[in-house]
Ligand binder design. Structure first.
Ligand SMILES: Nc1ncnc2c1ncn2[C@@H]1O[C@H](COP(=O)(O)OP(=O)(O)OP(=O)(O)O)[C@@H](O)[C@H]1O
Ligand SMILES: [Mg+2]
Length: 374
């Protein structure tokens, strides 16, 4: 019994290693062996445990089948030729309940201040090919696929994702990495499949995978089985290349260096875009958006704050303004006077709220970019 279990675990580990090395043939071999030992364990056990082993065996066989249909990208030893993604279509209706699935978001690009470069890149990489699918095809450009947005927290990655979906007039499906991991257990596995099917059934859809690092963290303490499930998830979201429907997968992360190679290997994230701290026009825009229509002290110098808030993240800037507003409200209540936002309110808020992003962190992104993407 423990011999069978040991063998099963050994093949699971080897399968995972082969997947990491993009060695399709070895991955298929070890997945099939893991299934064989799982079946043997099912035969020696009874009841609930036997059922679990049988399910596990089926899971491994499914992986082997999938690897046959879709050999690992950039790898060796694949048995290509089959068409990917011949999944039975689940009923999409059960999917939505547990997931934050929205209609077309109302956020527009106008609501994102500055970031001219990032917006330009996004239009060229994502929006134009999807709005002009036929033209893009003639030029050999792929519409859809995966784009990874990475950068320090609070600088508009999620907001950008929503604006993209708005621009494309596409439904926006949201799931976080950790959420996917936990949802994959038991019945929820089916739900997640349904979510993917629902997204794929739309002519154009955006699937936003937040915290991709939580999906498959490097050297994770998670079990091999968990990792297999995540790799399987990533290959599930794939397989849309040959269909008429277009699915754009937008991944977002603050910790791209924590993402396991396996995520990149699935070929889901062909493009990577760094979303850094707001530049000068962005800081001005954010300030203007949040100060608009407020009772400002005479001579309130917004321009001075554009410079002073250099090094602050977008959400830090919003935080400073909100703290200043609260101080102004408190004063107006105490003095029984009309509220007035002063430079002093902003100054105290600014002194109390340091930037949440350090130079060291920014350097880490730069080092990652150089090492990973050259
Ligand atoms: N360029 C910007 N223009 C307007 N608002 C911005 C901008 N950048 C950030 N913000 C503000 O900061 C808030 C946080 O942005 P968002 O949630 O999109 O960041 P994020 O990069 O996804 O953060 P996290 O990595 O923590 O998920 C937004 O709600 C918005 O108010
Ligand atoms: Mg976000």
């Amino acid at each position: 019994m423990s011999f069978l279990l040991d063998k099963k675990l050994e093949h699971e580990k080897q399968c995972e290693a082969a997947i990491r090395d993009s060695n399709t043939a070895n991955a298929i071999f070890h997945a099939a062996k893991a299934a064989e030992f799982a079946y043997a364990l099912a035969a020696q056990t009874a009841g609930h445990i036997a059922t679990r082993y049988t399910e596990d065996a089926e899971g491994w066989l499914e992986i082997a089948e999938k690897l046959k249909r879709q050999p690992l990208k950039g790898g060796q030893g694949g048995t290509s030729g089959g068409k990917p993604g011949a999944e039975p279509a689940d009923s999409p209706s059960s999917a939505d309940a547990d997931w934050l699935v929205t209609e077309i978001p109302s956020v527009t690009f106008d609501m994102i201040a500055g970031m001219t470069e990032a917006k330009k890149t996004i239009f060229e990489m994502v929006v134009y090919p999807l709005q002009n699918i036929e033209k893009a095809k003639k030029l050999g450009l792929k519409a859809g696929g995966g784009v990874l947005l990475y950068g320090p927290p609070g600088n508009g990655k999620t907001t950008l994702g929503k604006a993209i979906a708005h621009e494309l007039q596409a439904p926006f499906y949201y799931a976080s990495g950790a959420q996917i991991r936990s949802k994959w257990h038991g019945e929820s596995e089916q739900r997640l499949r349904s979510l993917i099917q629902t997204a794929k059934s739309q002519p154009v859809a955006v699937l936003f995978l937040d915290d991709v690092d939580g999906l498959l963290p490097k050297r994770s303490g998670q079990s091999v089985v968990d990792n297999r499930i995540v790799v399987q998830f990533l290959s599930d979201v794939g397989g849309f290349e040959e269909s008429q429907n277009v699915l754009l997968i937008l991944g977002a992360t603050n910790k791209p260096w924590d993402i396991d190679e396996a995520v990149f290997r699935t070929g889901r994230f062909d493009e990577k875009i760094f979303i850094g701290l707001p530049d000068e026009p962005a800081r001005r825009g954010i300030l203007q958006m949040h100060l608009k229509g407020l009772p400002l002290q005479e001579g309130f110098d917004t321009a001075a704050w554009v410079g002073k808030l250099n090094g602050y993240t977008g959400s830090d800037i919003v935080g400073v303004v909100n703290a200043a507003k609260r101080a102004a409200l408190g004063r107006s209540i105490r003095d029984n006077a009309d509220p007035l936002l002063t430079m002093g309110d902003l100054e105290s808020a600014f002194r109390n709220i340091p930037s949440s992003c350090t130079d060291k962190l920014l350097q880490q992104y730069e080092t990652f970019r150089q090492l990973r993407f050259g």
